[in-house]
Design a binder for this molecule. Sequence first.
Ligand code: ZN
Ligand code: ZN
Length: 273
Amino acid sequence: MQITLLGTGSPIPDPRCAGPSTLVRSDGTAVLVDCGRGVLMRLAGAGLLPPMLSGVLVTHLHSDHLTDLNDVVTMHWVMNPQPVTLSVFGPPGTREVVDATLGALAPDIRYRLAHHADLTEPPSVEITEVTPGDSFDVGAIAVCVAATDHRPVEPTVGYRLEEGGRSAVLAGDGVPCAGLDELCRGADAYVQTVIREDLVRQIPNARFQDIVDYHSTVEDSARTAARAGVRTLVLTHYVPPMAADGSDEWRALAAQHFAGEIVLGGDLTTVDV
Ligand SMILES: [Zn+2]
Ligand SMILES: [Zn+2]
């Protein structure tokens, strides 16, 4: 199983970091988890084009995790030589967002259907709204769903992906909680979006300070990893952006609480588990 951080950024635009998105590949199956800014550029950087995606998992409906869903839908549609349904899984509310996205794309869909004689069907998107405790397969990968705690954003979910005896948890945004601990129990990898509370606290902006109470800090993620006995902790969604030479500092904060492998780095950082 291979995990690639497609986008390690946050809502704040950054010339080096795409928006939150992670790719998990195993036994020929490719699952996209969230689809933030620039996701398809980074997907191409990872060697994949949209028709090669097996499915999309959405952790929650915050815009930074969804900005480029429209691009995924459109390119999965027009780059497939035959009509292929795109499977999208997400918490309740996902259907509303996908339907609205398709609504916004309506003129584009009309133009392309009118122009390309061999394009006869509009995009086909199968939406599955999931709740904690659900499990399903995406290609060769078995997925189970747990609640996360990103309140007041609700509902939010994390996913555990398993294939060939390997497992990876994609937690999305949120603070530590019992459900996340359980989802992570004994996993080979745990991917957590994180903030640096020590740095955020130095930025005198009330709206920015608000992010502290509903995200895991680097230390929180390390404590979750230790409690759950995961093998590899993968950090992403760096707020504030990680300086080009700053990974040692972030790693040291996590290493105070977690003795296992810690992976972090810029876009397209890849780890095999
Ligand atoms: Zn969020
Ligand atoms: Zn986020």
